[in-house]
Design a protein around this ligand. Sequence first.
Ligand SMILES: [Fe+2]
Length: 442
Amino acid sequence: MVLMSYERSVSAPDHALSPETVWHIDMPEIRFGRDSTEELAFQLRDLGVDEDARGLVVTDENLVDIGHADRVAGEIREDGLSVDVYDDSEREPSVEAVADCIEFVREEAGEAGYDFYVGLGGGSCMDTAKVTRAVIANGGHPTDYIAEPTGEGEPLEDSGEPLVLMPTTAGTGAEISPVAILSVPEKEIKEGISSNNVRADAAVLDPTLTTTLPPDLTAKTAMDALGHAIEGYTTHEYDSLLRPTDPAERPVYAGRTPLTEMFSEKAIDLLSNNVRTAVHNGDDLEARENMLQGALFGAIAGLTAGASLCHAMAYPVGNKYHTTHGETIAVLTPASTIDYNSASDPSRFADLAEMFGVDTDGMTDREATDALKAEYVQLQRDLNVLPSGLDELAGITEEDVDWLAEQTVETQKRLLRTNPRPVTEDDVRDVFLDALYNWEET
Ligand SMILES: [Fe+2]
């Protein structure tokens, strides 16, 4: 086993270091199942919210129009609590969009903010809620807490008042992750606020809130969830890092463990076997339930073990070309996670092929990895709504690749340091070139 340098995991002063021997998992309370929305008020009370509390639902206009925001706010009011609704969350939120939500809270509820928060929606709404709650508790502006060099990289000392997240897509895993992703338009990048104190206290996952998701978003968010499961399964092992002397310095993405591997396997099974039905027949509640569960399990795996090169490359693409996170992950996965990273540990990719239903009997690991890639690309094509490569995604050409590679290496150190293979800028450039076309456009 090759030990990574300590600097690749956490920054700390020199001291006698020994290999990591401990893994740790930190999760919100999780409540899952059809009509679990009816238990939201119970969940809030369980977190210590008392009867004269006033809270805020952070969501977007679409979810107000569909009626989900009313349903959720109604459950809270029926329990005697009072609640306001903020419906101005932005897709792939910018720092300024989140600052607007924080400003709304300060105007409506004062500097101390609300007594509890509920984030309802896709990753964008949930991340807006996560950062809002954190900044209200710790003061200042979101950029104070964004990782350096984009932000100040200050630690979040307090988690703040109770926060419950309710996903309406099956994909991002924001409901359990210790990260919130914001775009910084003037620098054309996306960056994360990464801290256990940005993580929600509870997640309520109700598949009846996901049946209204249209086919294209269902497909795109599913590919994000699948990316978490695959990247989590193939990242480095937790004990290939060095053990910090202070447990508080253990990184939030600390490598794969027996627990995360188990969740990756189940996630790939649920997602790959249900995504076609969920996309082509969105009212199929059983398929939706399996997708939501698969996305949760993928997040427990990938967003604990660590996402890697594919996610690192996706952020500069998404920010410059305004592509959605899920479709960007879908387009980049064959070249990055499968082709490039498979050299790190070919037998793990043969395992993945089997999880995708490929009969690998008699195949070498290399052949099985090629079959995995073919199966993954076939799945994309079957969903009918995903682009065939970076070219179709956003008209990206060979000339754009140098800038994208440079941005990936310069701004995504947080994700690259957990990649199972060391990555140079030249490598990233080659992977971007490979991802221009995954199949012939028709
Ligand atoms: Fe993701």
